[in-house]
Design a protein. Structure first.
Length: 202
């Protein structure tokens, strides 16, 4: 007659130990993946700053932008193709950031703006459609920063000739001096020096 034997105490301990190792490994793997996404996003933000500055110093009329587009954030290099239209751009370069990260920037007045749908503003976070930095062709420094949120003298922000909504026009603000890429569990800060245009990751 066969007898059904249950697990011994030792076997149960071994099974629990194996499950613990698997669980910890999974958590660490998720943490590594999360960390990789924020590093990749920060690299894209940082590299596009450099690309935009180089184009500005060779051609002039160039903006660096962080813009909210539908459900994601893009970092872009924009060339102002028509000097008579302040916000008519040609996109030279574009990188889409992971939807799992948030981006905000600070200006020299210590205002903080998150890039995203302004409808998400809740009193603790102010969201804006985007931010534009205009580089000085001679020095590479930041001569203007634009907050993409409202009408500006009847002009509209246009990308590749297509008008954005009136709510996505821009107004000039004090210059940006920090760009922060954040995700639950950590953030990466890029310091920008407006006078010289130098920037570095903290």
């Amino acid at each position: 007659m066969n007898k059904n034997k249950g697990f011994s105490l030792v076997e149960l301990i071994i099974v629990i130990a194996i499950m613990g190792v698997v669980l910890v490994g999974g958590i660490m793997g998720l943490g590594a993946l999360s960390g990789q996404k924020i590093k990749t996003a920060s690299k894209n933000v940082y590299n596009m700053l450099g690309s935009s500055q180089m184009v500005a110093m060779s051609k002039g009329h160039t903006f660096y932008g962080i813009l909210y587009n539908d459900d994601h954030i893009e970092v872009v290099t924009l060339y102002r193709q028509d000097s008579s239209n302040l916000f008519k751009f040609t996109v030279i370069q574009k990188e889409e950031l992971s939807s799992s990260v948030e981006v905000y920037y600070k200006n020299t007045d210590n205002d903080v703006y998150y890039i995203g749908d302004p409808a998400k503003s809740d009193g603790t976070k102010d969201y804006t459609w985007g931010m534009l930095i205009y580089f000085d062709r001679t020095t590479g420094g930041i001569s203007e920063t634009w907050h993409v949120v409202n009408d500006y003298n009847g002009e509209y922000l246009t990308i590749n000739g297509a008008n954005l909504a009136a709510s996505q026009a821009a107004i000039q603000t004090s210059n940006c001096n920090h760009i922060c890429i954040t995700k639950k569990g950590g953030d990466i800060d890029i310091t920008v020096v407006p006078l010289t245009g130098k920037f570095y990751i903290n």
